[in-house]
Every structure is written in C-alpha cells, then in structure tokens.
Write a protein that binds this ligand. Structure first.
Ligand SMILES: [Zn+2]
Length: 132
C-alpha cells in the first residue's frame, strides 16, 4: 500500500460512519464495565456482588482479568479459607483451569484436599510452607 492508497482508505474511513462494536452476547445490563471488573481483579470487591457473583459473564471476565494480573495472595487465601462463601468461586475455578499460576493451583488443591478430610492444621502448614 502506497501513500495514495493509504490516504484513500483514511478518507473513506472518515467519511463513513463506523459502527460501534456490539456488546458481548452474554453481557447483561447489570454487568459492570470491563474497567470495573479489572478493579475487582485487583481489590476483590464487587459493587453488586448479588449479581456479579452469580453472573457467568462477570465471573468469566474476572478470570480473564486475573490471567493478565493474577489474584493477590489475600484473594487466594480468602478462597482457600472459605470456598463455599468466596464470592468469585466460579471465576477462580475458571482461572485455575486455564493458568499456569502455581499459587492458584496450590490453592485449588488445598480446597480439594480439605474437602477430603485434611486437617485444618495440615493445609495451613502447606500454605505457609509454599508462600513463605
Ligand atoms: Zn454480569
């Protein structure tokens, strides 16, 4: 493409209305913006956890944000300490299955072994031994 071709393409783009990208089909009106989801990835708190904790789009988007900026240690420990009440459990499960993050994989293994009857002291010792 030479300069003349480039100018022709740019003039055509300027004179024609470019359609806005369509929203993801799974995105609902209650879903926060991607910027807000990235903030949640960093600090772990939803403004509307009643929606976002149960929304497939929000949970999948959070898992995607974690791929770029892995969950903090405190987020992983909150998940390990109480997976049943962890508001981003689905996002963590997606993240663990699609990442090489050894900390997250250990957290998931600790959750799984805890449910198989591992004593609390044993998995706490494993956490301390891995992270310290
Ligand atoms: Zn949502």
């Amino acid at each position: 493409m030479n300069d003349t071709d480039l100018m022709r393409v740019l003039q055509k783009a300027v004179t024609h209305t470019v359609p806005l990208p369509k929203a993801h089909p799974d995105r609902k009106s209650q879903c926060p913006t991607i910027a807000r989801i990235w903030k949640v990835a960093a600090d772990g708190k939803w403004q509307d956890s009643d929606h976002s904790s149960h929304c497939g789009y929000c949970q999948k988007s959070l898992a995607g944000a974690w791929k770029e900026e892995p969950p903090s240690l405190i987020t992983l420990l909150r998940y390990v300490a109480s997976p049943e009440t962890f508001e981003n459990r689905r996002a963590m499960e997606i993240y663990v299955n699609h990442t090489g993050d050894a900390r997250a994989k250990l957290a998931a293994r600790l959750v799984a072994t805890r449910h198989q009857g591992t004593a609390l002291e044993e998995w706490l010792a494993a956490i301390v031994g891995f992270f310290v």
